[in-house]
Design a protein around this ligand. Structure first.
Ligand SMILES: *[C@@H]1O[C@H](CO)[C@@H](O)[C@H](O)[C@H]1NC(C)=O
Ligand SMILES: *[C@@H]1O[C@H](CO)[C@@H](O)[C@H](O)[C@H]1NC(C)=O
Ligand SMILES: *[C@@H]1O[C@H](CO)[C@@H](O)[C@H](O)[C@H]1NC(C)=O
Ligand SMILES: *[C@@H]1O[C@H](CO)[C@@H](O)[C@H](O)[C@H]1NC(C)=O
Ligand SMILES: *[C@@H]1O[C@H](CO)[C@@H](O)[C@H](O)[C@H]1NC(C)=O
Ligand SMILES: *[C@@H]1O[C@H](CO)[C@@H](O)[C@H](O)[C@H]1NC(C)=O
Ligand SMILES: *[C@@H]1O[C@H](CO)[C@@H](O)[C@H](O)[C@H]1NC(C)=O
Ligand SMILES: *[C@@H]1O[C@H](CO)[C@@H](O)[C@H](O)[C@H]1NC(C)=O
Ligand SMILES: *[C@@H]1O[C@H](CO)[C@@H](O)[C@H](O)[C@H]1NC(C)=O
Ligand SMILES: *[C@@H]1O[C@H](CO)[C@@H](O)[C@H](O)[C@H]1NC(C)=O
Ligand SMILES: *[C@@H]1O[C@H](CO)[C@@H](O)[C@H](O)[C@H]1NC(C)=O
Ligand SMILES: *[C@@H]1O[C@H](CO)[C@@H](O)[C@H](O)[C@H]1NC(C)=O
Length: 505
């Protein structure tokens, strides 16, 4: 029964298939097969293209081959998607001239090498082209500038070099342009035109130098701009703020920008992510930063600022990530910081901050990662902080002047994995509640003034890998329960008897 049905379908299928085969279609199938046979199939983990065969009857029309995602009404291939197919080889043997109707082509996430064929410039109907995450070398063919219908161009994560061809700015319908992760140099600034549709632009991880390419100011629709990890120098251009009013995501991390943040930054009122870390920005952080009320991520870390954390930060109610580490700040922590109750990541480490943690910070109950190490902060780590910071995964208060006892509320940090309180002046006994921290991996309380005995509840810390109590004033012996700590590889509870002696002892 099944067999009869199968052969009926088979005959029907054959006659359809044959009547539809046109010379063009054969040319397309043959072009694909010729190319397939040049690929290094031995290196494929699973040979993805087994369906590509003229002897396979059901596979006879290339429209049904793996990766051929769509044919038009005359069975002419219009979409090829061979993303992540383990392809190893070049595109040199693939004759693109037989696919004039192609609208979509993806070869991303393979191991293709050699150059990007200039022949692609003939595919005048192409709307989508993704050659990302291969290892294409040499320059970007200028012919890609002929693809006037192109909306999405992704060449990211290859080894392309040379100038970005100015001809690419002919692509006036393109809204998504990703050339990140190559060795590309600045295009000819004069001949590179504005692009009126461009919305997303990734040029990060290349060799762009000198200034922010001025053509970027002629992209009125730009929402996303990533120029991180280049070698761009000079001041942050005021034009960036005044001409890109739709910008929501700005990433200039890890370049060599210098000078002050212009107050015109307030023009970027839609900005959600502002990442300016790892540059050479100086002056004070302008109060106006606090007027960007849609900010969710603010990274100014690793710059050369001085002066205060602006109190206007407290207006950023949507803020989730605030990174000011190592940026030359020398104020106290503004009370207003406690108004940013959506914060999950806060890093103020390696600055010259002084004074106590303001009480308002107890409201930061969403915090997951909090680092404020290597400052001159003082005062007590109050119980009302700990009882509210129950989402903390990492708490880093080391290298400060915190004093007073560790409150028993420390036991409420149920999710904590890294707890660093070392190099402070904490005193009193270690509360037994420390044994409640059932996710703890690393506990460092060294170089404090903690006294009395180690609580036996320490033995409950079955996930802990490292504990450091070095140079405190603990007395007594280790409780036998420490033998229950199954994961521990390092436990230092030695006292330093001679305060003057160097680290060798
Ligand atoms: C023939 O092509 C069909 C359809 O693509 C495929 O499912 C099948 O695995 C192929 N058979 C062989 C023997 O390659
Ligand atoms: C492609 O396969 C589908 C079923 O998967 C079938 O209905 C269709 O007729 C096939 N087309 C060609 C041209 O082989
Ligand atoms: C391209 O598609 C059109 C229909 O959209 C068709 O008439 C034409 O023959 C196709 N060209 C080729 C070379 O297959
Ligand atoms: C870059 O491409 C390589 C090779 O295809 C791939 O393994 C890697 O995951 C890609 N990286 C990114 C960030 O896409
Ligand atoms: C990419 O190709 C270049 C030149 O052949 C080679 O030096 C480099 O190691 C390759 N990179 C990867 C990630 O395979
Ligand atoms: C730059 O920042 C944007 C916006 O936050 C982000 O999506 C992108 O991944 C970042 N780029 C890199 C290279 O991390
Ligand atoms: C900030 O940097 C600019 C450019 O490097 C320099 O001219 C200026 O003197 C610096 N300002 C301060 C306050 O250091
Ligand atoms: C911070 O540094 C600036 C510039 O060096 C200085 O004028 C100011 O007095 C300092 N503020 C504090 C609180 O130390
Ligand atoms: C926190 O962010 C959400 C959106 O993610 C927003 O709806 C909420 O108002 C913010 N919280 C505060 C206190 O503004
Ligand atoms: C603890 O957090 C809650 C919710 O954010 C807040 O209402 C409360 O005032 C905080 N407690 C203290 C002592 O600030
Ligand atoms: C904050 O920055 C410091 C210095 O780079 C780093 O060591 C620490 O891990 C960061 N803290 C958190 C909580 O991410
Ligand atoms: C923790 O340790 C104490 C003392 O060793 C013990 O009495 C207690 O039952 C332990 N608690 C848990 C939850 O294991």
């Amino acid at each position: 029964m099944g067999r009869t049905l199968e052969s009926v379908i088979f005959i029907v299928f054959l006659s359809c298939a044959f009547s539809e085969i046109t010379v063009q279609k054969e040319a397309q199938a043959e072009a694909l097969l010729r190319w397939k046979n040049r690929l290094k199939s031995h290196s494929l983990t699973s040979w993805s293209l087994t369906s590509w065969s003229l002897t396979n009857v059901t596979g006879k029309s290339p429209c049904n081959w793996t990766g051929i995602h769509q044919c038009n009404e005359v069975n002419d291939i219009i979409k090829i998607n061979l993303a992540n197919s383990g392809l190893d080889g070049t595109l040199d043997q693939l004759d693109f001239s037989v696919f004039p109707n192609l609208t979509s082509l993806s070869f991303c996430f393979n191991n293709l090498v050699g150059s990007i064929p200039s022949q692609l410039g003939m595919l005048s109907r192409l709307v989508f082209l993704d050659m990302g995450s291969n290892n294409f070398t040499s320059t970007i063919p200028v012919q890609l500038g002929n693809l006037l219908e192109l909306q999405v161009l992704r060449l990211s994560n290859n080894s392309l070099n040379g100038q970005i061809p100015y001809q690419l700015s002919n692509l006036q319908k393109a809204w998504n342009f990703n050339l990140a992760g190559n060795y590309l140099l600045n295009p000819d600034h004069i001949r590179f035109k504005g692009m009126k549709s461009l919305t997303f632009l990734w040029l990060n991880y290349n060799y762009l130098d000198t200034e922010v390419p001025p053509f970027i100011f002629q992209y009125p629709k730009l929402i996303f701009l990533d120029l991180s990890e280049n070698i761009i120098t000079g001041p942050l251009p005021v034009q960036l703020a005044t001409s890109l009013k739709n910008l929501e995501f700005l990433n200039l991390t890890s370049n060599s920008f210098e000078g002050e943040i212009p107050v015109e930054i307030t023009h970027l009122s839609k900005l959600q992510h502002m990442r300016l870390g790892l540059n050479k920005l100086n002056g004070t952080i302008p109060y106006e930063v606090g007027l960007l009320s849609n900010l969710q991520i603010l990274e100014l870390n690793d710059n050369l600022f001085n002066g205060p954390i602006p109190s206007s930060i407290g207006k950023l109610k949507m803020l989730q990530t605030l990174n000011f580490q190592n940026s030359g700040l020398n104020s106290s922590i503004p009370y207003e910081l406690g108004f940013c109750t959506n914060l999950t990541f806060l890093n103020l480490s390696i600055n010259n901050l002084s004074g106590p943690l303001p009480k308002s910070m107890a409201s930061l109950s969403q915090l997951v990662d909090f680092g404020i190490s290597s400052n001159k902060l003082s005062g007590e780590v109050q119980a009302y902080f700990l009882s509210n910071w129950t989402n903390l995964n990492s708490l880093q208060l080391q290298h400060n002047n915190f004093s007073g006892a560790i409150p028993p509320e420390i036991g409420m940090l149920q999710k904590i994995t890294y707890l660093y309180l070392f190099d402070n002046q904490l005193l009193g006994s270690l509360p037994p509640e420390i044994g409640n921290l059932s996710n703890l991996i690393d506990l460092d309380l060294s170089n404090n003034l903690i006294t009395r005995s180690i609580p036996s509840s320490l033995g409950n810390l079955t996930t802990v890998v490292s504990i450091n109590f070095y140079n405190n004033q603990l007395s007594g012996t280790l409780p036998p329960e420490v033998g229950n700590m199954q994961s521990i590889t390092s436990l230092d509870y030695t006292r330093r008897f001679w305060p003057q002696c160097s680290t060798e002892c």
